[in-house]
Design a protein around this ligand. Structure first.
Ligand code: TYD
Ligand code: MG
Length: 452
């Protein structure tokens, strides 16, 4: 049969397929994302059923509960839900230079120390470059296999021959499959390559880590379908100029999402940060107005963060508001609530809000902290450093209940805080906690009255 080649256009952002080019994608409404790709029509897979396929009873399947390998890094294990699951495909996304390659090379190091066979495939760096990185990280066992290759067919045959337990593919965007004619990094290539890796992972029971680049908008480059195909999606975030790095689980078929792992980038690679609260609060100013510590839950882990606000008279007619590390609209909303509840004139005030430490928090439990920080800055009245707070703020200024109250209080107590302002409704049924005074508040008015 003669091969018929067909050209189609793919949206590079969502994977939408179209026969003609258009400026805006009708599916995701992104502009200028259509790229022409050649499809090979000749290679239609036969849809005829093969062999005897039969369903299996649930009771016949052995549970894969214990088939987890520890990565040797507690923070990564936590995000993965308790270790690397054999036969899973994990996508690690993040900005360029954030430390994806470093993290995965360190995982390879830790695994090979435990005599687990690993294969690190790089399509981006030469063997020498990897060696330089490995020397920086230090102490490598000699039996770590490296491969510089971008052709997936070759990679596959190496994997089938060597049978490693864990494979790292450093960047899916550099991989190509000869059967697909478009360039590496394009939608069809990324999709095909991921499909092949998925098959390798499932059939051979190998855990595969795949690095994915992130676009300007902060999503993994390539179609969204990529995220649907893989088992787990992890994002590496943090300020490239700072030293902390946060690994966040966005999707996880084998564990809870929203768990985070905190790392610090040092001269010799990434180090785990075991106590993030301590880290986030280091450098907190003393006796400054506009600063308060709030407690947020990241997955199952409480983290104390310092909220800073700077409120000052606007020189232009229109007040400026910025929010770093939290939601901008939330700040506007809370300031509107404050105007109503306190009768304060905030509309002609600029407000700059920042969560120190570079972590991004969207949990509503930090609302109370945001309100108090803004209030403190507006009144130029410092808040006692030993006070911590949490609580969601509603539209009429009421302080609403949040989850996992006990864990938050215990974390605050552990970090040496003496007073905790929390929603009054959350105090019901709370066991006695020594060493910290609990102040239950019903509204933001109550909280401010307490501070006065
Ligand atoms: P890298 O892992 O190459 O990033 P990615 O693969 O996500 O693009 O990270 C490289 C950055 O990390 C680079 O800016 C240098 C820095 N770095 C350190 O600070 N210390 C180290 O030990 C290493 C290996 C890298
Ligand atoms: Mg890299």
């Amino acid at each position: 049969m003669a091969k018929t080649k067909k050209t189609v256009f793919f949206c590079q952002s969502c994977g939408y397929e179209s026969v003609k080019w258009s400026g805006q994608c009708p599916a995701c409404h992104e502009w200028n994302t259509f790229v022409e790709e050649v499809l090979d029509e000749g290679k239609k897979i036969s849809r005829k059923g093969t062999m005897a396929v039969r369903p299996v009873l649930l009771s016949e399947i052995t549970s894969s509960q214990d088939q987890r390998i520890s990565s040797g890094m507690e923070e990564l294990d936590r995000v993965l839900g308790g270790g690397i699951v054999t036969g899973s495909l994990v996508l690690v996304g993040g900005d360029p230079g954030i430390g994806k390659s470093t993290l995965l090379l360190q995982v390879c190091q830790k695994l090979s120390e435990k005599h687990i066979q690993v294969l690190y495939v790089s399509g981006e760096e030469s063997l020498q470059q990897i060696r330089i990185r490995a020397d920086r990280i230090g102490a490598f066992t000699e039996d770590l296999s490296l491969l510089c290759e971008t052709n997936l067919a070759d990679i596959r045959s190496v994997i089938e021959k060597e049978k490693p337990q864990v494979v790292v593919i450093d960047s899916i965007q550099t991989m190509f499959n000869e059967e697909v004619t478009s360039t590496p990094g394009s939608v069809s290539q990324v999709r095909e390559s991921t499909g092949i890796l998925m098959q390798i992972a499932k059939v051979l029971g190998i855990a595969v880590f795949v690095v994915g680049h992130v676009t300007k908008e902060g999503v993994v480059a390539g179609p969204r379908v990529l995220e649907h195909m893989v088992d787990t999606v992890l994002y590496f975030e943090g300020d490239r100029h700072g030293t902390y790095r946060i690994l966040r689980g966005v999707k996880n078929r084998f564990g809870s999402t929203n768990e985070i792992g905190v790392f610090e980038m040092r001269q010799n690679g990434l180090t785990e940060v075991k106590n993030p609260s301590e880290y986030m609060l280091s450098g907190k100013p003393k006796g400054a107005s506009g600063s308060i510590v709030a407690c947020s839950m990241e997955g199952t882990r409480p983290i104390l963060v310092e909220i800073q606000a700077l409120v000052c008279r606007s020189v232009f007619g229109m007040a400026r508001r910025t929010a770093a590390g939290t939601d901008y609209n939330r700040i506007n909303l809370l300031m509107a609530v404050m105007e109503k509840s306190f009768g304060m004139h905030l509309s002609d005030q600029d407000a700059y809000v920042n969560i120190a430490g570079g972590i991004r928090i969207t949990e509503p439990a930090i609302d109370l902290g945001l309100v108090l920080a803004i209030y403190s800055s507006y009144k130029n009245q410092p808040i006692d450093e030993k006070i911590v707070c949490f609580g969601e703020v509603g539209l009429s200024g009421e302080v609403r209940a949040v989850s996992m109250v006990e864990q938050r209080i215990l974390e605050a107590e552990k970090m040496g805080f003496e007073t905790c302002i929390l929603p009054k409704v959350s105090m019901k049924g709370l066991p006695q906690i020594k060493g910290i005074r609990l102040i239950g508040v019903e509204s933001i008015r109550d909280a401010v009255d307490f501070l006065r």
